[in-house]
Design a protein around this ligand. Structure first.
Ligand code: MN
Length: 198
């Protein structure tokens, strides 16, 4: 099968002024597209070529001879998940089950936000910050480069891309400002809730 670049779930300018059309245009149209193109090229004549994206990721994880396939497949999945982790007029305190679980796990939304930001800032170099379910437990974790919760047996609820290409055009080196904006104005809690219930 051939993997393809999914459309964004909103327009390129929909997240302005927090994430510019310029950033989304490069991030989706160039970075995400490149992972898709590289993956399709690497899968030509590979025994993994007929698998779904998730199965390619699981089959290539922790295999040193398949690291190129893993990195590109995981980055295709991660970016699609990231676009859905944001929405226009998102952010702030969640309600519903995910809000209750955040309160019971972290004590308050404010404690959760503080820990999420701390973990996002402590990722050295490129990677991702995630809200996950690990069994029954709600956790915030970080992963390096293309790594992702599914290969650790965890269920992702939402993610924030902390590769510099996600924020450099709008925030330069200020990852802290970008993560604050992500939490206050962009998080799609409906998506996290749907993943929790799934
Ligand atoms: Mn990215």
């Amino acid at each position: 099968m051939t993997h393809s670049l999914p459309n964004l779930p909103y327009s390129l300018s929909a997240l302005e002024p927090h994430i510019s059309e310029n950033t989304l245009s490069f991030h989706h149209g160039k970075h995400h597209q490149t992972y898709v193109t590289n993956l399709n090229n690497l899968l030509q004549n590979s025994p993994l070529q007929d698998l779904s994206l998730e199965d390619v990721i699981l089959a290539s994880a922790d295999k040193s001879d398949l690291v190129g396939i893993f990195n590109n497949a995981a980055q295709v999945w991660n970016h699609t998940f990231f676009w859905n982790s944001m929405k226009p007029q998102g952010g702030g305190k969640p309600t519903s089950k995910v809000g209750e679980l955040i309160n019971s796990t972290f004590g308050s939304y404010e404690n959760f936000a503080s820990e999420f930001k701390q973990i996002a800032l402590s990722q050295f170099g490129s990677g991702w910050t995630w809200l996950v379910l690990d069994g029954e437990a709600l956790k915030i974790i970080k992963t390096a480069n293309a790594d992702l919760p599914m290969v650790k047996g965890m269920k992702a609820l939402l993610t924030c891309d902390v590769w510099e290409h996600a924020y450099y055009l709008d925030y330069q080196n200020r990852r802290a400002d970008y993560v604050d904006i992500f939490l206050n104005h962009l998080v799609n809690w409906d998506f996290a809730e749907a993943n929790l219930q799934a």
